[in-house]
Design a protein around this ligand. Structure first.
Ligand code: GLU
Length: 498
């Protein structure tokens, strides 16, 4: 399928070595799924003596955040992974942040237009909306109708030069099928009629995921694309792009998705999915990494506890099973306990110090406690909730209310507050206070009721240092988790409050 005649050969792969990557989008908390895929990339690279790189896919300008990028890098390092090339460590294929590579994508788009494999599309968002509505009404296949595909390229170029807003789309064949081989699944065959003329370059001049991902994988000489199963529907589009450029595609490996026990894709509504939650809740990094390793991959025999080095030694794709690994927090706790028990005294103390008993965390608690203690011995009993994970609400069950608001609405209020907090630009006391007050104003709920409820859920007590400072120090992940558990507790508790 690939044509060997590529004029632009300066970017041709220079080596035949294994080069793999993790390519997170910095749009949220560091996700356990990212660590899971990173781990398999890392283990394969180390096994093969290859290179593992980290690339930041931040082309979605409205959702990408520098703080999220920082948090993802920090979390991956915490869990014990490192990369040979990346935005923070450099490398000869940089920049490793897609927002810094805009000119490269534009240039590659031009190449495709010149070859007749892509075209400029001047359809307005209104036309596309109407088209979608019409397709829906007629129960027709959704997708772009090729309206701009036959515009004379010279005319299209002139319209673009005069400043007319446009996107660039890949001209995809409507007949035949696109076939690729997944290392774990064998041949995958998708009818081309299922694949739209996808947008490559948006009207703001930024590339879509598809274009940037393929161009970078090629320019960064990625030999194996190892990613989650959810991307498999994008792969035919990527295969078409490789073909349009005249490039040979990499080896495709789509790892099974992590799932809830009911087999749905893991989501924060069921269990926390942020790596930071597990860190704050006292899970050891090696235990979490080991836990992710046994998701869909087996060491051999029935061995479940092993080090990263041991995994690398025996690593092979043949040990992956596609059954849909269940992310079972009970199993994680079990494994964590084994790791904890195996620590030496020194290691255990180091683990405690690098967790919440370290100077950094204490420095945030101390100012809140200074005026609330007469002697040092009061510190530990008074601050226990800064150091615990999930709380038990049974002893305060009848106090978990907002005035006389119905229980189900109290739960709903908490879930709404979590969403509002998640949308804050940063987890600070000021933002928490402002958001909570705005919510009370909007609903008419009394701040004193809502704030007491929050205090009880976040600390398990009626009295604590100033609420929003406390929530800031308890941290985003533990606070959210306690609030979510609280909402569930209130919804299910049959006590005097019901
Ligand atoms: N940016 C995509 C993500 O967030 C990368 C997917 C891929 O590996 O191709 O996971």
């Amino acid at each position: 399928m690939a044509s060997p005649s590529v004029e632009n050969r300066t970017d041709a792969p220079a080596s035949n070595g294994v080069r793999v990557r993790i390519a997170p989008s910095p749009t949220g908390d560091p996700h356990v799924g990212t660590a899971y895929i990173a781990l398999f990339n890392y283990a394969f690279a180390r096994k093969e003596g290859g290179t593992f790189l980290l690339r930041i896919e931040d082309t979605d300008r409205s959702r990408s955040r520098a703080a999220s990028e920082e948090a993802i890098l920090r979390a991956l390092r915490w869990i014990g992974l490192s990369w040979d090339e990346g935005p923070d460590v450099g490398g000869r294929f940089g920049p490793y942040r897609q927002s810094e590579r805009a000119a490269i994508y534009r240039q590659h788009t031009e190449t495709l237009i010149e070859r007749g494999r892509a075209y400029r599309c001047f359809c307005t968002p209104e036309r596309l909306d109407n088209l979608r509505a019409k397709q829906r009404a007629e129960k027709a296949k959704p997708g772009y109708d090729g309206h701009c595909r036959d515009i004379d390229p010279a005319e299209a170029k002139r319209r673009a030069a005069s400043g007319e807003p446009h996107t660039v789309r890949l001209a995809t064949p409507s007949e035949g099928s696109t076939v690729f081989v997944d290392r774990l699944r064998g041949e995958v065959d998708i009818a081309n009629s299922q694949i739209d003329d996808q947008v490559l370059l948006k009207s703001d001049g930024f590339p879509t995921y598809h274009l940037a991902n393929v161009v970078d994988d090629r320019l960064m000489e990625i030999s194996h694309v190892i990613r989650a199963e959810e991307w498999i529907s994008s792969t035919p589009k990527h295969v078409m792009l490789y073909d349009a450029f005249g490039w040979d595609p990499p080896v495709w490996i789509h790892m099974p998705l992590l799932r809830n026990p009911d087999k749905s894709k893991i989501s924060k509504r069921k269990y926390p999915v942020s790596i930071d939650y597990y860190r704050d809740a006292g899970i050891l990094p090696h235990a979490l990494l080991n836990f992710l390793a046994i998701m869909g991959w087996s060491f051999g025999g029935d061995r479940e506890k092993f080090t990263l080095e041991e995994m690398i030694d025996v690593f092979s794709w043949d040990r992956v099973s596609l059954g849909g690994p269940v992310f079972d927090p009970g199993k994680l706790r079990w494994l964590n306990e084994k790791y904890l028990h195996d620590l030496s005294d020194q290691e255990l103390v180091d683990a405690l110090l690098s967790w919440r008993l370290g100077r950094e965390h204490l420095l945030r608690i101390a100012p809140l406690m200074r005026q609330r203690m007469k002697r040092l011995d009061e510190f530990i009993p008074a601050t226990e909730y800064f150091f615990s994970g999930d709380l038990d609400y049974s002893s305060v069950a009848d106090k978990l209310k907002i005035g006389d608001v119905a229980k189900k609405d109290v739960s709903k209020a908490i879930l709404t507050l979590i969403e509002r907090y998640e949308a804050m630009p940063a987890w600070t006391a000021e933002n928490l206070e402002q958001t909570s007050r705005a919510y009370c104003e909007e609903t008419g709920y009394k701040t004193k009721h809502v704030f007491m409820l929050l205090r009880l859920l976040v600390t398990g007590r009626k009295a604590s240092p100033p609420l929003f400072d406390t929530m800031a120090v308890v941290g985003k992940d533990l606070t959210r988790r306690r609030l979510r558990l609280g909402a569930q507790f209130i919804a299910s508790h049959r006590g005097p409050a019901s």
